[in-house]
Design a protein around this ligand. Structure first.
Ligand SMILES: [Zn+2]
Length: 265
């Protein structure tokens, strides 16, 4: 019995899917094996999960899957996707960050390289979203698992792609795309949380700047050490949520500075 006889050929149910890579939708050039042929004995002996399939695959997916020991179609599909995403990471980033209409002002070589990234990024995005196809193997029919289309929501507006949502959110909320993309990843893949977190950051930064400036001006005017003013104001603010920096400085003046001035006269 040859090794191949343990495998069932995965045959597309519909003519349109003939010669197509099951993992990414490109033209198939050969076959991937689930489990890999060098682990066949192991899978047969251990009965680890595997469908024992011979799967049409393109050269690139086939190459990537050489490093994959998994036995199931689903695991191998995930592995192939992750490898593709890693390989074309740069192009995917360009695709997320740029739109065609932003290219006009760029010099030739930069525009050329970003255009190439956009094309490759769009193609890779499509390959990564490829769901596989309906097939028959060992006399059994398998349908494509239905996956609800992904929707990205930004404060009530809905988008089909991350790219479109990022573009909208970046323009509507005046946040640079790369910072927003990072915040999206840091905040549960949620645009609203990301935008709120970034606005909070900006507000905190502005507050700290105000605090520094006003304390420095106050210290100079009343001939006090900046660090003393700063520490006092921070203490007042921590004791009273409602208090503003200006109010805290006024409080400092009335309770500490003015009595000392009066005493000196
Ligand atoms: Zn492929």
């Amino acid at each position: 019995m040859t090794a191949d006889s343990h495998y069932h050929l995965l045959i597309p149910t519909y003519r349109n899917d003939f010669n197509t890579c099951f993992y990414c939708g490109c033209i198939a050039a050969g076959h991937d094996y689930a489990p890999p042929r060098q682990y066949l004995e192991f899978y047969l002996a251990t009965r680890e999960p595997s469908e024992f399939l011979k799967i049409p695959a393109c050269n690139e997916c086939h190459d990537h899957l050489k490093a994959c020991k998994a036995g199931t179609l689903d695991e191998r599909h995930k592995f192939a996707r992750a490898k593709l995403a890693k390989k074309y990471e740069k192009a995917l980033t360009i695709y997320d960050m740029w739109t065609e209409d932003e290219l006009a002002g760029l010099d030739f070589s930069l525009r050329h390289s970003i255009e190439a990234g956009l094309t490759l990024g769009a193609e890779t995005t499509e390959r990564l979203a490829y769901p596989g196809f309906a097939y028959e193997a060992a006399g059994q029919q398998h349908n494509v698992e239905y996956r609800a289309p992904q929707v990205f929501e930004v404060f009530g507006e809905q988008f089909d792609t991350f790219r479109a949502a990022l573009d909208f959110a970046s323009k509507a909320y005046r946040i640079p795309k790369n910072a927003l993309k990072q915040a999206f990843a840091d905040n549960e893949h949620h645009f609203e949380l990301a935008i709120q977190a970034m606005h909070k950051q900006v507000a905190e930064k502005e507050f700290n700047q105000q605090l520094k400036q006003q304390c420095a001006a106050f210290a100079k005017q009343h001939k006090q050490a900046v660090i003393f003013v700063h520490k006092q104001v921070e203490r007042y603010l921590s004791e009273n949520d409602e208090m503003t920096i200006t109010e805290a400085l006024a409080h400092l003046y009335l309770t500490r500075i003015k009595p000392a001035e009066t005493a000196r006269r």
